[in-house]
Design a binder for this molecule. Structure first.
Ligand code: GRF
Length: 203
């Protein structure tokens, strides 16, 4: 399975995926890292590891559709099978998402369907939940609403601020996302309609 990781920033999830994919038995190969922000720190990290990188500055395109079309052309040219969003802070047109239906996943820093969108840790603190976490899901046109593949939970502790909570969850993101990618790329999880189907295969 040929994977493209899309980032917008520091790329710590991307780094955890690259590290996991270095194992010879990992069912996916990271062949491209692309960013809509040319200054994203993760691009240099990937390039240093011999992975092709691509900076597609969304500000250089006249419309969302034009950006998505340019990205689509690059993904097709690179022979990508699966698109992995890792801190990619840009919404796609519905057409792009439909093209990749069942072949595009995202990680979101909350226990979905709670706390969609941005500032999830502030949202969780405000709501007063005692458990918070992260979710890997298939991408659908509606933001953060796709069928759930995997989740990890952490406690919200007295005295937590958003940064403390984010750090506790990031540790789990770095563990969860490689596991979820292995499930999807290995064919042990797939999307059927709007349902996630798990095969009975033992890892
Ligand atoms: C992560 O918390 C991810 O869940 C969210 O944005 C953050 C990206 O961090 N969507 P990084 O770029 O992977 O370090």
């Amino acid at each position: 399975t040929r994977v493209a990781i899309l980032i917008s920033g520091r790329g710590s999830n991307m780094a955890s995926l690259i590290a996991a994919a270095a194992a010879s038995d990992f069912p996916a190969e990271i062949v491209l890292v692309a960013s809509n922000r040319p200054e994203a720190g993760g691009l240099a990290f990937a390039a240093e590891r011999g992975i092709a990188t691509l900076a597609l500055d969304h500000k250089a395109y006249p419309s969302r559709a034009a950006f998505d079309a340019a990205l689509q052309a690059e993904l097709v040219a690179t022979g990508i099978d699966l698109v992995v969003l890792a801190g990619f802070m840009r919404i796609f047109s519905a057409g792009f998402v439909e093209t990749w239906a069942g072949r595009m996943i995202n990680i979101h820093p909350s226990l979905l369907p709670l706390f969609k969108g941005v500032h999830t840790h502030e949202q969780a603190l405000k709501a007063g939940v005692r458990l918070h976490g992260c979710t890997v899901h298939y991408v659908v046109p509606e933001l953060d609403a796709g069928p759930i593949i995997a989740q990890a939970a952490v406690p919200v502790l007295p005295g937590d601020d958003a940064d403390a909570l984010a750090a506790r969850i990031l540790v789990q993101e770095h563990r969860l996302y490689p596991q979820a990618l292995a499930l999807v790329a290995g064919g042990r999880v797939r999307l059927e309609g709007d349902r996630v189907m798990f095969s009975d295969d033992v890892p």
